[in-house]
Design a protein around this ligand. Structure first.
Ligand code: ZN
Length: 497
């Protein structure tokens, strides 16, 4: 298939958009335990201001990252209890690795193992929050890792191991930047908070507790920066420069359980239209009544920004993305599951249940429907869509969980511009652009106290590296890590008063 008049094949279009989502994960509520590590009134400000020598990271920082990757801080959901020992070990190792940070910043433990540091700034300007997470997802035994997942071995100029990209690279990158600046007696222009969650991967309550702590202290951040997008190489075929994608919002998510009930009984005497038949009919009707596509503003902005770098055939289409929305929507819908997810709310039937025995008619049948909600839709509106699509009053709908899409952070804004211009400075070949994240991060809870929440991981990643996150063979280039340290340091240095 060709996009009308421009010579682009659907395969090109598909490859084009398959990279836009650089993903990651979730959380929710709880109580907090505050344990200051040192005097709350410590000014942390030993005078000198800029200029400082650039902080670039070095082999010592690489060793610190390797040490922390070796500690298996695996979060486990559900019944299986997470082992607290690695988390305690990680927190101790972090303190040994970054002594100035631990000496000059004040620390609050949030719940059991999450950390919230405050670095006092030189002015009373709205503070900045830099986020990362301590925990990692488990390693599947059958996964064919080429290197030990908790070995942190160096091969081919990269550190291999679970968490190198998601998200200990960022955590250590932030700490190395802060430590390097403290070594030069640097004090930031405004307060900086470091928020390191311990249960990001299992949607734990820690992020909500950290937000509650900041709210209690009447902290209203200027902006919040968490993991998310990356410097994505091979993002678009024919586009040579890597894209520095900065997440400005996240899709929402909800699960709706469909339930049909009836008399049940012996399977030798079935009656028509029983619970299983009605659930099956509902599933088929949903399949036929997909959500309408829409191009969100961040996606339009992304297409516009990459237009000058796109292959000649696609350049005019992207440059005129706003005008050509109908064509683009059709093309993206036709281009496969990933691009389709970019332009509409998706729904997937995940679990089905009926009778527990071969010769028993079910008295109850259920199906779970998991939806990922595009900006513009809401939990209420998608529930209504589902109800209408099913068109069967005998089926009960229950919203099991509900997370609305996050608000869109501004990208025509000095905070976004600070991140983008620092990308230009440190990664001069990359094209900074906003985008919509498909997955969820802890940072969405910070939208409750801050309108500017950005998701960006300052590491160069190939397509294979992005796919290794939550999979196997996760690794970070040593040079990429050190450039990331430099980027965090420059963001901190460049903060205005
Ligand atoms: Zn993560």
């Amino acid at each position: 298939m060709r996009i009308r008049g421009c010579g682009a094949t659907s395969r090109q279009t598909r490859r084009l958009v398959s990279e836009i989502s650089v993903s990651l994960t979730t959380p929710s509520t709880g109580h907090e335990r505050v344990r200051p590590a040192k005097c709350e009134t410590h000014p942390g400000c030993r005078a000198s201001v800029r200029p400082v020598a650039h902080v670039s990271g070095g082999s010592a920082d690489v060793e610190k990252l390797r040490r922390l990757v070796r500690i298996p801080t695996v979060s486990l959901a559900g019944e299986t209890a997470t082992d607290p020992a690695p988390f305690e070990e990680f927190i101790s190792a972090l303190a040994e690795s970054f002594p100035l940070l631990h000496d000059q910043l004040t620390l609050h433990r949030v719940l059991d193992h999450s950390l919230l540091f405050r670095w006092a700034g030189r002015s009373a300007g709205d503070p900045v929050v830099l986020m990362a997470h301590i925990d990692v997802v488990p390693v599947e035994e059958s996964a064919p890792w080429q290197r030990p997942p908790f070995g942190a071995e160096i091969h081919d100029g990269a550190i291999w191991g679970r968490g190198t990209l998601d998200d200990k690279g960022s955590l250590v990158g932030i700490c190395a930047a802060v430590e390097g600046l403290l070594e030069q007696d640097f004090a930031p222009a405004r307060d900086i908070w470091l928020s390191f969650g311990a249960r990001e991967e299992i949607s734990g309550p820690d992020a909500v507790a950290a937000v509650a702590e900041l709210r209690r202290r009447e902290v209203t951040p200027w902006f919040v920066l968490d993991e998310g997008g990356a410097i994505a190489h091979e993002a678009f075929p024919g586009v040579r420069p890597p894209l520095a994608v900065i997440g400005v919002c996240e899709k929402g998510t909800t699960t709706i359980e469909l339930r049909a009930e009836g008399r049940g009984g012996h399977s030798s005497t079935p009656a028509p239209n029983g619970p299983t038949a009605r659930i099956a009919r509902a599933v088929v009707r949903l399949e036929k009544r997909q959500f309408s596509p829409a191009l969100t503003e961040p996606t339009l902005e992304l297409l516009t920004r990459i237009a000058p770098h796109a292959p000649a055939a696609l350049r005019p289409v992207f440059a005129n993305a706003r005008r050509l929305q109908p064509v683009l929507k059709r093309a993206l819908l036709a281009a496969g599951a990933e691009p389709a997810a970019l332009v509409r709310t998706t729904m997937a039937v995940t679990t089905l249940s009926g009778s527990p025995a071969h010769n028993v008619i079910a008295s109850r049948a259920t199906a779970a429907l998991n939806l990922r909600i595009l900006l513009g839709d809401t939990v209420a509106s998608v529930t209504e869509h589902v109800r209408k699509a099913i068109a069967d009053d005998s089926i009960a709908l229950e919203v099991v969980d509900a997370n609305e899409p996050s608000a869109v952070s501004p990208y025509d804004d000095p905070a976004f511009e600070l991140l983008a211009s620092t990308i230009d400075e440190v990664f001069d070949d990359a094209v900074p652009t906003p985008y919509v994240m498909m997955a969820a991060t802890d940072s969405r809870f910070f939208t409750a106290i801050c309108p500017r929440v950005y998701r960006f991981t300052p590491f160069r990643m190939t397509k294979g590296q992005r796919e290794s996150i939550h999979g196997y063979d996760e690794h970070i280039g040593v040079d990429a890590f050190l450039a990331g340290v430099r980027w965090y340091a420059r963001v901190i240095e460049r903060l205005p008063q």
